[in-house]
Design a protein around this ligand. Structure first.
Ligand SMILES: [Zn+2]
Length: 116
């Protein structure tokens, strides 16, 4: 399988300045972004301030799709699940970008909530 290089925009941004621009757009960064988002939601009340979290959830349909608000990029990003595998529409159907990592965490959190 040919491996596509994920979008480099975020990397360019990170070299310039700003908060929460620590990302290289890979799955590990998605996991970090998810942790930040989850912490920001810990009180269960207020929506996360976009300045504090790089990514938050706009819409989530388990096993189908996740629409994420990418605050660092300033746009909405859709991750689709095809036969359980997430693909990011923003990053050229990448299966290993930040958004995919975030969506995987979201799926796992959902799966756990069913089991509990
Ligand atoms: Zn992506």
């Amino acid at each position: 399988m040919k491996r596509k290089q994920a979008a480099t925009t975020r990397l360019d941004i990170s070299q310039e300045e700003g908060p929460a621009k620590i990302f290289n757009n890979n799955v590990d960064d998605g996991v970090i972004a998810f942790a930040l988002w989850q912490n920001s939601c810990a009180d269960g009340e207020s929506l996360p301030a976009s300045a504090a979290v790089p990514v938050s959830v706009h819409t989530f349909v388990p096993d189908k799709l996740a629409v994420l608000d990418d605050h660092a990029a300033g746009k909405q990003v859709t991750v689709e699940f095809k036969e359980g595998v997430p693909y990011c529409k923003e990053c050229d159907d990448s299966a290993e970008c930040l958004h995919v990592g975030f969506a995987i965490c979201l799926e796992q959190k959902h799966a756990r909530s069913i089991l509990e």
